[in-house]
Design a protein around this ligand. Sequence first.
Ligand SMILES: Nc1ncnc2c1ncn2[C@@H]1O[C@H](COP(=O)(O)OP(=O)(O)OP(=O)(O)O)[C@@H](O)[C@H]1O
Length: 249
Amino acid sequence: MKRWVRQTLTDKGRIAALLGGNGAGKTTTLRAVSCLLRAERGEVTKGSIHYEGHRIDKEDAPALVRQGVVQVMEGRHCFAHLTIEDNLLAGAYSRRDGKGAVQATLDKVYTYFPRLKERRHSQAAYTSGGEQQMCAIGRALMASPKLILLDEPSMGLAPQVVDEVFAIVRELNQREGTTFLLAEQNTAMALRYADHGYILENGRVVLDGAAADLAANDDVREFYLGLADRGQKSFREARSYRRRKRWLS
Ligand SMILES: Nc1ncnc2c1ncn2[C@@H]1O[C@H](COP(=O)(O)OP(=O)(O)OP(=O)(O)O)[C@@H](O)[C@H]1O
């Protein structure tokens, strides 16, 4: 008998985190949601993905952007030869609500990211990694998104800068109501800011729950946060973790 599982990745207005090590399937999951899998000649072969009550896995990425779903790719991907401001304006490409509205969004982006305002005339290539990450998030905001898919925002950034970026994400979530689904290897940081977390292994969710519960979970502490005293856990106990995993299909 086939068992179908319905999994809500994120509720509206929340921050959800996809967690897991290298190759766990975080980026693939985000790309499946944003319909960018096809650009890499991939496809969703089982099940379906729904957003605001309708199926989206057969749509194309531009159509999803118009519906308010925007992905910020891993590695930032700013246009190196454009200024920060031109990078931001590129994010408004799909908007049809006029220059005034776009300018208002740009002003708002600058209130959340004052550093970008300071560097607005600098070529992106000559800005710091943190500023480029902020630029990539700011560019996503220029499309007036309802849901931002944020891939590995902490990658290659100093801990203090990661904190700054996550704090802005939380502020955007709380003040603008923007929903975030983020993929992150930095489990400790993600659980500090997210409402809900999913642990992925081999492309499957093996554990999920409220971020605070996950942060307190013994297995998560040991295997993902490196906090438990490993010496006290035997190999047999570690193996029982694998048996306890909740495989979803
Ligand atoms: N659900 C899935 N079905 C089939 N293949 C998958 C699935 N999830 C991931 N993969 C494959 O596993 C590999 C690693 O996936 P992915 O890049 O998404 O991992 P990741 O967690 O984002 O890793 P990293 O943190 O290193 O970026 C890819 O080749 C991808 O095609």
